[in-house]
Design a protein around this ligand. Structure first.
Ligand SMILES: Nc1nc2c(ncn2[C@@H]2O[C@H](COP(=O)(O)OP(=O)(O)OP(=O)(O)O)[C@@H](O)[C@H]2O)c(=O)[nH]1
Ligand SMILES: [Mg+2]
Length: 301
């Protein structure tokens, strides 16, 4: 059996988390229209009978760090390139309104230049092209930039070409025993999943800079005798002025985030959830080493 680790990298918002979820067939990592959604490495496990097991590492989007949280995120992405069997570099096809490569792509190229690990270029969001053949241009251009093991165009959204991508990955994985049980899909705990679901709903509901300055801390996670769970969580923001916006008029915004989060938790945990949210301010926490540590942003290695 084949068994190995595959890191997914790319600039923010190219669809890394969406792709990982689609490949394992389950929502593991949160996603959003806003860049810099993923903040730490997240594992998802795909076990294909007769073929083997792939442990995917989803990473924060590679971009220039603007604060200490950003530095943590870039480091998490960079270190996920080490000790893996295969790298998937996710890019978007060139379109009229978007050049093929920018600073973030150059940064990734720079990182890959020192790598011996095979790299598959995955051109995502094929569904956004008016004519699917346009993807050939992107493939040709990237071919000139790096010696890719394979180049595979896909759509994580529609699922187009994902079976082909899976087939392209297995040959690069070593033979060996599985790292996880066959029914395991992630290494995240229920507490982590709950915190991420709340953050995702906050990302979807809030605009501008506010959601980027949010962190979620689970204060209590209790399973009751009947199997239902009670969760108390803090939504941490970085400014007093943000607190009021997150709570909303008469508590309406917080209620919206809470209702959407509870709905998804109940689906994901397959049990009734009681969710209580509080909003706290930790002044400019994204710039503070101590606050970052307190909020759980601790390097794994
Ligand atoms: N049309 C289209 N949209 C996609 C596709 N894949 C992802 N998206 C959308 O792109 C946006 C970003 O997706 P994410 O999966 O959160 O992107 P990401 O690369 O993980 O982003 P970061 O975590 O911020 O680095 C979301 O709105 C997705 O729905 C695709 O194949 N086609
Ligand atoms: Mg992501």
């Amino acid at each position: 059996m084949k068994s190995g680790f595959v890191t997914i990298i790319g600039r923010p918002n190219v669809g890394k988390s969406t792709l990982m979820n689609a490949l394992v067939g389950q929502k593991i990592a949160i996603t959003s229209k806003k860049p810099q959604t993923t903040r730490y490495r997240i594992r998802a496990i795909l076990t294909e009978p007769e073929k083997g097991q792939i442990v995917f590492l989803d990473t924060p989007g590679m971009t220039e760090a603007k604060n200490k949280l950003g530095e943590f995120m870039v480091n998490a992405a960079k270190s996920a390139l080490k000790d893996v069997d295969l790298i998937l570099w996710l890019v978007e096809p060139a379109r009229e309104d978007r050049p093929l490569t920018g600073k973030n792509e150059e940064k990734i190229l720079e990182l890959l230049k020192g790598e011996k690990t095979p790299v598959i270029l995955v051109v995502n969001k094929m569904d956004m092209l008016k004519n699917p053949n346009e993807v050939l241009l992107t493939m040709e251009r990237y071919k000139e930039l790096y010696d890719f093991a394979e180049i595979v165009p896909v759509s994580a959204k529609t699922g187009a070409n994902l079976p082909e991508l899976k087939d392209a990955m297995f040959p690069y994985l070593p033979e060996g025993p599985y790292f996880y049980e066959e029914d395991e899909v992630t290494d995240q705990t229920m507490r982590q999943l709950a915190a991420e679901i709340i953050r995702e709903k906050a990302l979807h509901a809030l605009s501008e800079e506010i959601p980027h300055g949010i962190a979620v801390v689970i204060q209590e996670f209790k399973t009751l005798r009947d199997g239902a769970v009670t969760i108390m969580a803090d939504i941490v923001c970085e400014k007093d002025s943000h607190k009021g916006i997150i709570i909303g008029k008469g508590g309406s915004m917080l209620k919206k985030i809470g209702t959407n989060a509870r709905y998804e938790m109940e689906k994901s945990f397959e049990t009734k959830c009681n969710l209580k949210l509080f909003v706290k301010v930790r002044k400019d926490w994204r710039e503070s080493d101590i606050q970052l540590k307190n909020l759980g942003f601790v390097d794994e290695q």
